[in-house]
Structure formats: C-alpha cells, structure tokens
Design a protein around this ligand. Structure first.
Ligand code: LLP
Length: 430
C-alpha cells in the first residue's frame, strides 16, 4: 500500500502532483510520502502488538532525519551501523534506550560514543569485537549491554550480495562458537549479556528462512538460559521484502505471526530491525527525460529506444549494482503507443541504467518519469560519481510539500578539497 496514485491523469504523492514537485524543486528529486511511512510503521508495529517488542528502524535504508523522526515520533527506535548513524539517529530524536548497534567493524571511538549515549545493546559479531567492547567499557567504567549476532546458516534465497545468514558470509558468529563466546562474555565485569541477535538477509520474499532461523535462535536462547544467562532480548534483524515487480512477499502480519509463534513461551522482548519494508514503497525518484535515442535492436528485431534522463546510477545504484527492477511510471498523461526501451542516465558507463528492456510509453524530451519503490537504499547509497550533485529530498504530507534535504550545490562537490602546495598555480597564458 502506498500513496502514489494517479488523480485526474497526473501521478500524485498524497495530495501533491509530482509535476508540482518538479516545478518547485527540480529534478532529479527523491519524493517521500509521510502517510505511507506512518502507515507502514503502524501496520508493522501492530502486527507485533501481542508481545513485548521494540521496532528499531534500520536507518541505512534511508537516513534522512525527517524519515527517522517519522518513526521515532511513533515510538520507534533505530538500528545503526556506524558512529555517523548514531549521531544522525540522536539528532533525529531517537531515544538511546531504543538504539541497537549492528555491524562487523565497530571502531573504538564509535563504541565510546555508543556507551556514552547509553544505547539498548551492541550486536557483536566476533570475539575480537567483544574483547574491544569489554576494554573500552572498562576504561569508561561502564557495563556494555551485549547480544551476539549469530549466523544461523540458513539460505535466505535472495540476491547473493544481500544474503548474510550463510556460513560463507562475513556476518555473525557460528552457533557453536557463539556458545563459547557467551560463556566468556558472561565472566567479564564490563559486559552485560542481554540477548541474542541474527539477521539473515534482505528482500526476503518467503517466510520459511525466517522460521528456520528463529527455530535455531530459540534453541540457542533455551540453551543459554539453562546455563544461567539472563537472555531478555531476541533481535531477529530485518529483511522482509517488498513488491518491486511481481514478488509476493508475506504481509507483516503473517511475518509477525510466524516470529511470535517461534518464540512463544519465552520471557523475552523481541527486537525488529526493518528497513526496506518501512521505506521502500514510500519513496520515488522523480526524473525528467533529456533526450531520446534509437538504435537497431540486436538480431534485427525492430528498434530499441533509449530514454536518457537526468537521474543516474549515482542517484539510484540498485539497478546497476544488483540488476534490480524498479517500476517506471509516467508522471503526466502517458503518450500513446508503447516502445521497447531502456531508461539510462548521463553517466559514462554502460552499467548506468535505471530500467532495461521495458515496454514503456513513447516519452519525449521534457516528460517526467517516476522511478518507483526508491525509498529504500536509494538516496542512502547515492554518490557524487561523475561530479554529479546529490538530488534534493522532498517529503509530502497531504497537500504539504517540504524539502527535507537540499540539492547539493557545485560548491559541495569540492568541499574540504585542497590543491597540493607542490602544484604551482599555472601561469596565465601558458
Ligand atoms: N539489520 C541488519 C543487521 C542489516 O544488515 C540490514 C540490512 C537490516 C537490518 C535491514 O534490512 P532490510 O529490512 O532493509 O532488508 N543495499 C541493498 C540492501 C542491503 C541490506 C543490508 N543490511 C539493496 O539495495 O537491496
């Protein structure tokens, strides 16, 4: 469910035509629907209503402060993976008591900042990290709340780059090793063992990998409790998929029912780290056609059209990086007739495409397109490649439209850069 609908022939975000966003803020622009974000959060939260739980929005999916604040205003926490994310989460009003800190490479300064803030827990991924956290907490005269991220070795059946719960992945600690690490941690006075954590991958469209992982986690929790460890938090990560094309992922209610069932009877608080499912379909990338171009299709099968637009792989990396599908919709009345086309950006790489081999309306220069489902891992993975300024981000609520991050300027492109002193300035006229 999302609030990007055609009204009177125009694609709108809630009460605002996207054409209007382009007129006011230019293109490319990320446009987020506040009602969609709130709705997704509420549905997810209510699905777990029957059990103590904390929803820690995985802000790597979209780190805009207004997006984070939408969820924290509804009672949400945040899943972070860096000191930078910690700073932005706190600035966006996240209560430290609802922040969980994940990731394989936490640095000393980041651990210090998190301890100073008083976060809910560290999700620890190796013995080395556990030892560092123990030492840092000791120096600061604090006790660090810790969960170990275990690797349950289940196949999430998703894209290999976003699978994390298999033995061959760099993430988590294998269960047998985790038991030894828990015993070690339980004996350290600067560590408080509070929970068990796992995250098996992203964009999962089936329930069974979640259920398999939850079963293994439950067995581990019971084992640790028998050993006298007071496990009170179970974090099952994020990963629930969304519909980009024709996927049929489980509804959050089905997902919640399966998870709640897997942990029934245990006296624990569930921690959830959803990212994509909250923000993915709540955002689009708005872009304008600059040029159209034609070539003969391979094998002599008619013509192939290119729509060259003003957004590119630096704005939305997912199609180039993972071959991901994003729907393309016309913003105004669609021109008659369909053509086979690629939607490509201005970047000097053949991998710079937003859509390939699609049946699309026969767009003309100046037409606006919406690249759908771009709210997750869109802006947050964008770059300045080809010295392109990052897009503006706009949030809509009803008929209100606000810039929630300005478009970068040309000055931003060289911010912090200096000319090396041994490069003498070029003399005029030479
Ligand atoms: N928790 C942890 C520890 C994670 O590593 C992730 C995502 C999440 C939660 C949130 O997962 P989600 O609910 O969003 O699936 N750039 C890729 C996705 C990378 C996901 C990384 N980890 C993409 O564009 O598909």
């Amino acid at each position: 469910m999302h609030h990007f609908q055609v009204k009177r022939g125009e694609l709108c975000c809630e009460g605002v035509p996207l054409r209007r966003v382009a007129e006011v803020s230019g293109t490319p622009a990320y446009v987020y629907s506040h009602a969609t974000l709130s709705h997704h959060y509420t549905v997810f939260d209510e699905a777990f209503g029957g059990i103590p739980h904390v929803i820690c929005y995985s802000m790597k999916a979209n780190s805009n402060g207004s997006v984070i604040r939408t969820f924290t205003n509804l009672g949400g926490g945040v899943d972070i993976v860096s000191g930078g994310e910690l700073a932005r989460a706190l600035a966006a009003g996240a209560p430290p008591s609802k922040i969980v800190y994940s990731g394989v490479g936490k640095q000393v300064w980041e651990i210090e900042e998190a301890l100073r803030a008083g976060i809910l827990m560290f999700n620890v991924e190796s013995r080395g990290e556990l030892e560092t956290i123990d030492a840092v907490a000791g120096r600061m005269r604090k006790r660090a709340p810790v969960s170990l991220r275990v690797n349950p070795d289940v196949d999430p059946k998703t894209h290999p780059y976003i699978s994390t719960g298999l033995k061959k992945n760099k993430f988590g600690i294998q269960i047998a090793q985790a038991v030894r690490d828990y015993e070690w941690a339980a004996g350290r006075k600067n560590i408080e063992v509070v929970g068990v954590d796992c995250h098996i991958g992203s964009q999962l469209t089936e329930l069974s990998p979640f259920v398999d992982a939850a079963g293994r986690i439950r067995t581990l929790v019971e084992r640790l409790v028998r050993k006298g460890m007071p496990i009170r938090m179970v974090d099952i990560g994020g990963g629930l998929g969304i519909t980009y094309d024709d996927e049929l992922p489980p509804h959050p209610r089905q997902y919640a029912d399966a998870i709640v069932r897997a942990f029934s009877g245990l006296d624990v608080t569930l921690v959830l780290e959803p990212g994509r499912v909250l923000v993915g379909n709540a955002g689009v990338l708005l872009t304008r056609v600059l040029y159209t171009k034609e070539s003969s299709a391979p094998g002599g099968k008619g013509k192939k059209r290119f729509f060259i637009v003003d957004a590119a792989m630096n704005d939305l990396a997912r199609p180039s990086l993972y071959g991901s599908y994003h729907g393309i919709l016309p913003v105004g009345r669609a021109p008659r007739g369909k053509v086979n086309a690629d939607v490509v950006g201005p970047i000097c790489e053949s991998g710079d495409f937003l859509a390939r081999d699609r049946r699309l309306p026969s767009f003309s220069p100046g037409d606006l397109l919406a690249v759908m489902s771009a709210g997750a891992y869109g802006y947050s993975m964008s770059s300045n490649y080809n010295s392109r300024t990052r897009a503006v981000e706009v949030m809509i609520s009803g008929s209100r439209m606000e810039v929630v991050r300005e478009r970068e300027t040309l000055r931003d492109l060289a911010r912090g850069e200096r000319t090396a002193s041994f490069l003498s300035p070029r003399k005029p006229g030479r």
